[in-house]
Design a protein around this ligand. Structure first.
Ligand code: NAD
Length: 355
């Protein structure tokens, strides 16, 4: 029996509810595939601030780095919004990603056939959409210096180095090789010098991947094309802020932000997390959709642990639950046969992984 050490960061808001469902499903698939998961809960976000005075305790970094993978819920909430910026949960998350060196955020946006009516776009536009957004995660404007503010002025700086662009470009091309072999690199090279560097370096790296087709697109056009004709995209390669925005837009092609998983990977460790936040508006009500987190656990099995069979079991169980008409509240109006709670959805998926 193979055993894996998983760092669990539940965080704030709906974080604990959705992580509990993901571990329920992991434990079910573990018994079906003769695996064992040893979980270690670590503090981060608002809850970490409340308990330790620090949104990212050092122990969380150290123990994450010695685990096989990190499964992450979500952090943040109004309660902590008035703290000094460096004490806020979101600053903890940015520092966490930087400390772990997870520079590549992979966000698949796949439309479930069963939820074809859940998108705000027409079914014929979204049927068959299968996009992988490869977003640079620890550079760009969220980290660039100088930054600051006075009473009447605020400023941030978008900086990318050649090295940062090279490594994320390699990721995108390697992923494209396992898919439809097309990369669209998104930038704003018509206005920003940093984007022109991005475009030049991506073009240079593409020469090492002659089997992959590279095109470039300005970010404003990409935002438009994503709703006009999303099927044109295979891999979308973007910087940090553009990827943040475009991947949320892509999520709505799929019906609910509660469906989409992500993986943040680097040389040392991977962090697997839903793309949504801590949803304080629905926290504690048992109505959050746990599928994005369960699906992130599946990505963890596939990419960090190499347990493809177990990952496939989870993916199939999610599809089966949706096909049979089980829906959480966010998708209740879309062909639901039964509206279920967060925990019921977790149990249904867990049950299907073993059948
Ligand atoms: P959010 O993603 O938390 O919520 C946006 C909307 O989507 C809300 O109406 C929410 O109810 C809904 N939603 C989100 N996840 C859902 C789910 N699983 N099931 C059903 N509905 C779901 O974004 P927000 O409201 O802008 O941010 C709330 C807090 O989360 C903020 O403090 C923000 O900083 C933080 N945040 C954290 C992360 C993270 O931890 N990675 C990411 C984004 C935002």
């Amino acid at each position: 029996m193979k055993s894996y050490k998983i760092a669990l960061i539940k965080g704030d808001g709906i974080g604990p509810e959705i992580i509990d469902e993901a571990t329920k499903v992991l434990d079910a698939v573990a018994s079906a595939c003769e695996l064992h998961f040893e979980y270690e809960e670590l503090l981060m976000g608002g809850i970490a601030y409340d308990i330790t005075g620090n949104p990212l305790p050092q122990e969380t970094i150290t123990k994450s780095l010695t685990s096989d993978a990190v499964l992450f819920g979500a952090i943040g909430g109004q309660k902590w919004d008035t703290l000094d910026r460096e004490l806020r949960p979101e600053s903890g998350l940015l520092r966490f990603r930087k400390e772990l060196g997870v520079y590549a955020n992979l966000r698949p946006a796949v439309v479930y056939e069963e939820l074809i009516n859940a998108s705000s776009l027409k079914p014929e536009i979204i049927k068959g959409v299968d996009i992988m957004v490869v977003r640079e995660l620890i550079g760009g404007i969220y980290f660039g210096e100088p930054k600051g503010r006075t009473k009447d002025k605020g400023w941030n700086t978008m900086v990318y180095t050649r090295e940062e662009i090279v490594r994320i470009a390699h990721q995108a091309f390697r992923i494209a090789q396992t898919r439809d072999k097309r990369v669209v690199s998104i930038d704003k090279a018509n206005v920003l010098d940093v984007s022109q560097l991005w475009r030049d370096v991506v073009t240079e790296i593409s020469e090492q991947y002659p089997d992959v087709e590279l095109t470039h697109m300005y970010v404003d056009n990409a935002a438009m094309q994503l709703v006009l004709n999303p099927k044109q995209f295979d891999v979308m390669l973007t910087g940090n802020i553009f990827g943040d925005i475009l991947s949320d837009e892509a999520s709505m092609l799929c019906g609910s932000i509660g469906l989409l998983p992500s993986a943040s990977v680097g040389e040392k460790i991977g962090v697997y997390e839903p793309i949504h936040g801590s949803a304080p508006d629905i926290a504690g009500q048992g109505i959050a959709n746990p599928i994005a987190t369960i699906s992130s656990a599946s990505m963890m099995l596939r990419y960090a642990l190499g347990e493809k069979e177990a990952a496939n079991k989870i993916d199939n169980a999610i599809k089966r639950a949706l096909k049979e008409g089980y829906r959480t509240q966010d998708l209740a109006q879309f062909d639901a046969k039964e509206v279920c709670s967060t925990s019921e959805m977790g149990s249904i998926i867990a049950n299907y992984t073993t059948k």
